[in-house]
Write a protein that binds this ligand. Sequence first.
Ligand code: TNX
Length: 513
Amino acid sequence: MARWWLGGTAVVVVAGLIAWFGLRTGDKPEPAAGGFPNVVVPAPVSAVAGSGSGFLIDAKTTISSDVPDLGSYLASQLQPLAGVTPAMGASGSIQLRIGGAPANVGESGYQLVADSKGVIIRAATPAGLFAGIQTLLQLVPVRGTHAVPSGTIIDYPRYAYRGAMLDVARHFFTVDQVKKYIDEIAMYKLNYLHLHLTDDQGWRIVIKKWPNLTTHGGSTQVDGTPAGFYTQADYSAIVAYAASRFITVIPEIDMPGHTNAALASYPELNCNGTAPALYTGITVGFSSLCVHKELTYKFVDDVISEIAALTPGPYIHIGGDESQATLPADYATFVERAQKIVLAHGKIPYGWHDLSNAKLDPATVAEFWGTSPNQTMIGKAVAAGTKVVLAPANVAYLDMKYDDSTVLGQTWAGEIELNTAYGWDPASFIPGADPANVLGVEACLWTETIRTSADIEQMVFPRLPAIAELGWSPASTHNVKAFDQRVAAQSQRWKLLDINYYRSPQVSWPDWS
Ligand code: TNX
């Protein structure tokens, strides 16, 4: 058992299972305490204490990186934390190295070694280095001396898919707001950003062959306030920015329901040839593309073709949820054709688990958003070998209120306090599912009641780090008390970076003032 003394706090590391023994219930973490075991979210796979005082980040610190962009990224991120922007140098005191990490870190993990002389992060890929950088940034104490504690972390993800979904249809968010969100989810090692680009209330991405989708269909949002949309260049800028943070963007075009904005923009898409008015309410389940018109499939093909060309990632999400206005047989017909169109454009079809009411292509991925793991629909799909991403609404829907006093959000799936968001296991969530068919987890933020970046942050912090940890950290690290303490430590950086968050009463938040 190694003991690790940091600012008077004893950190004990036992065989990679991390706990902070210096705290009893009710104790406040010390604001100045560093030490990676008790601060890092998601919890690393293993962390072993070193001896000595750790590495002091100061004006003499330099960075050398095998991936130049990552060196400058790290320098820029250290600036607000440590008050210095390290220069690049051939033999930096912080080194980012491709190669030399233990084989078990795989393609996405890293090894981080810190001692009094410096910090070395090693990984097989730039993505692994980026994950290691996120850990390093969490290890730098914001207060007092900026000393990274000495020790060794070996870390890699439990699941390949760790996503966040942002609904930009109900309320529109600008490119800059989405970039800010990308930076925030990157802090917690998420690697997919799913953008819900279309819904009854708005169509947010230009489709050159169908321009009225955005000029008319993107003009309003919930409440009827003016809204906007992304040009294809805007969208590509989001995709590129996400890629620089090793995040893959997944576009969602929600069909055949949730399509009022499209139907309002083109009368010919409606079975009766008449365009409905734009919709600015929040009730769902009333709209459907006209399944029996051949033009509908020309429309879908045109849209998917342009979206596929803007999408370097493997998935296109076709929605498929809550199509109450589509007859069941029509729904099946539509989904089967839509899957083929996505495949024909070289992408993997992905959709809400309602898709499993149709015959699924073996490649299609289903996103589970139900509140009961026993829902037969998903059970059947999973039994048939469909790969799933878990976003159960009663634990992973970040638009649900925390408690009765939460101003923003909805309650249809329940109230979700921090420990509820954290309190489930993706591997065993759906009874009978082969754990190998669980691709990962997603934290979803629907925006009927969310209007600003501060609103987004209020709902996702601290719950998004909880879902991120379920996706990244081994089940053996799952410990609610330890998690709440590590989340408490995150708040110092949120305060510094002006990130809004909910002060859950389940956490002993330190006083950083
Ligand atoms: C259900 S989840 C929806 C969305 C709403 C959300 C609000 C899903 C696939 N559909 O249309 O925005 O609830 O929580």
